[in-house]
Design a protein around this ligand. Structure first.
Ligand SMILES: Cc1cc2nc3c(=O)[nH]c(=O)nc-3n(C[C@H](O)[C@H](O)[C@H](O)COP(=O)(O)OP(=O)(O)OC[C@H]3O[C@@H](n4cnc5c(N)ncnc54)[C@H](O)[C@@H]3O)c2cc1C
Length: 506
């Protein structure tokens, strides 16, 4: 039987994989294969704005769980991740947040030439079709719809004006614009003009599905990369119980997300030698950083009784504030994102307790965690989930960010402009703060950093995202971030993939 051979094999049709499939197949001479473990994105909840919480725990969710987290009283945290065309982009909350310019400048300062803010801004603009129009910071005509919060019930003047009273920029402040900290404004979303989720799949893949040089194979779980004499020659995957192999003379690009990309590398013999040996895996290259440097964002619900009965919002949240709790320290990037929900939102109704009346919710998010974790192989069995240990709140500095967030929240809640809503703090209320934080934080589903780019001994890929020590192999997803960005991670991941596509195509 003839061997199937492609110029590019992309592993994982998530946020990054969809971008790469689109861009690499734009040149007719390139034969591209996109392999996805999940199935197509036909589940109706994927396309309804408030429907995505229904998908958590379903068959389009990998349902990863952390190991026991010491600093969270031993709690294990469920981390949903999309197992479907579009990946986590098909089950996420659609918030469009680029991150802070300092995030990218820090990446460049670590030897990653070409990844500073000035370098990546054109890619952020290339992604978007912004309904607010063109400016030095925004663009129209890109694949991904970007809209200021379209849900009128999720917009809160109370919050934004309260933040202004507390000294922040606003209320019409654009955090994806000229200055990305110390302001409050409306969140931007990946929602189409006719009110549908715009995932990486619907924005990047649907328009090009008919290209004859692009093959999309679903239900295909990649188990390892095939390597011969230090060069990638193909991949092995399982489809409906059958083991299959596909080959390439070009490149394999791993886009399986921050938990599975390092797992696939390790199963292929690329990783920390001692860990591979312990599982009886032959070593192709000893790369101690594979699976290390795991960073994730944590969220903490702070609940107020509300004096006003507002209509139920369709979106999780509509308003945001970014700031640094360490303002004034040289080089500090925003470490706090504060989302606000003026009334219990529809997607959360099934899980929220009955507070006996209307509530509003502040959601402080730790966006520059100092606690660093790791992803390790559980065994050499490719179908076993990896061991995920984010070491949440292991660093005391992370707890302090939440403590300072509470001070900021109480200042905003006490502002005259917020007055109507403030019917008194329910949680934490009288609870001891440290205890409240450790008992109530949970993931914001933003794992990153486990195949980081850089030049130090723990770097896995170089600035062109090539895996060190192996030819014909790159990683192109959220795993390559040296530090997680100060905000939601979807758009930074799209940016990484857009930039990688350009690097490959020139
Ligand atoms: C519940 C939730 C809410 C979120 N909300 C937001 C938000 O509002 N805004 C925001 O910016 N970010 C949000 N995110 C984060 C954002 O979606 C991710 O940062 C982004 O999707 C990461 O892209 P990725 O390509 O690295 O991984 P993913 O998008 O997760 O894609 C990985 C893909 O690889 C596939 N795969 C895995 N293993 C294999 C294998 N062995 N073989 C073949 N395929 C495989 C997966 O099935 C998946 O399709 C959210 C995420 C979640 C889960």
């Amino acid at each position: 039987m003839a061997k199937s051979s492609f110029d590019y094999i992309i592993i994982g049709a998530g946020a990054a994989g969809c971008v790469l499939a689109n861009r690499l197949s734009s040149q007719a001479a390139n034969k591209v294969l996109l392999l996805e473990a999940g199935e197509t994105d036909t589940n109706e909840h994927i396309h309804q704005l408030g429907g995505f919480t229904q998908l958590w725990g379903s068959d389009v969710d990998w349902k990863f769980t952390t190991s026991e987290q010491k600093a969270l009283n031993g709690r294990q945290i469920l981390i949903n991740q999309g197992k479907v065309i579009g990946g986590s982009s098909s089950i996420n909350a659609m918030m469009h947040v680029r991150g802070n310019p300092r995030n990218f400048d820090c990446w460049r300062e670590q030897g990653n030439e070409g990844w500073g803010y000035e370098d990546v801004l054109p890619y952020f603009k290339k992604i978007e079709d912004y309904d607010g129009g063109e400016s030095p910071y925004h663009a129209t005509g890109g694949p991904m719809s970007v809209r200021d919060c379209p849900d009128i019930n999720a917009r809160s003047e109370h919050f934004m004006n309260g933040a202004v009273e507390a000294g922040y920029d606003g209320p019409n402040w654009d955090y994806n614009g000229a200055r990305q900290e110390n302001g409050a404004g409306l969140l931007q979303f990946n929602i189409t003009k006719d009110g549908q989720r715009h995932s990486a799949a619907t924005a990047y893949l649907d328009p090009v599905r008919s290209r004859t040089n692009l093959t999309i194979t679903t239900g295909a779980e990649v188990t390892k990369i095939l390597i011969e004499n230090g060069r990638t020659v193909g991949v092995e995957y399982n489809q409906a119980g059958e083991t299959k192999q596909v080959y390439t003379d070009g490149e394999v690009i791993v886009c399986a997300g921050a938990f599975v990309s390092p797992k696939i590398l390790m199963l292929s013999g690329i990783g920390p030698a001692d860990q591979l040996q312990a599982h009886g895996i032959d070593i192709a290259v000893d790369l101690p950083g594979v699976g290390q440097n795991l960073q994730d964002h944590l969220q903490l619900p702070v609940i107020y009784r509300s004096n006003v009965e507002l209509p139920t919002p369709t979106l999780l949240t509509g308003n945001v504030l970014f700031t640094s709790t360490k303002n004034g320290r040289p080089g500090s990037t925003p470490d706090l994102q504060l989302n606000f929900i003026p009334a219990a939102p529809a997607p959360l109704l099934p899980v929220l307790p009955d507070f006996g009346g209307p509530v509003c919710i502040f959601l402080p998010i730790l966006v520059q965690p100092q606690s660093i974790g790791e992803v390790k192989l559980r065994s050499a069995n490719p179908y076993e989930a990896p061991v995920i240990n984010p070491n949440y709140l292991q660093a005391e500095a992370d707890v302090q960010v939440f403590q300072r967030a509470l001070e900021i929240i109480r200042t905003i809640a006490g502002a005259t402009a917020f007055g109507d809503l403030n019917g008194g703090e329910i949680a934490p209320g009288a609870m001891e703060l440290d205890e409240f934080i450790r008992a109530n934080v949970s993931t914001l589903w933003h794992p990153a950093g486990t195949c980081k780019m850089g030049q130090d001994a723990m770097a896995v890929v170089s600035a062109d995202l090539r895996v060190k020590g192996i030819d014909g192999l790159r990683v192109g997803d959220a795993s390559v971030m040296p530090q997680v960005t100060s905000g939601n991670t979807h758009v930074p991941t799209l940016m990484i993939a857009e930039k990688l596509a350009d690097m490959i195509l020139v």
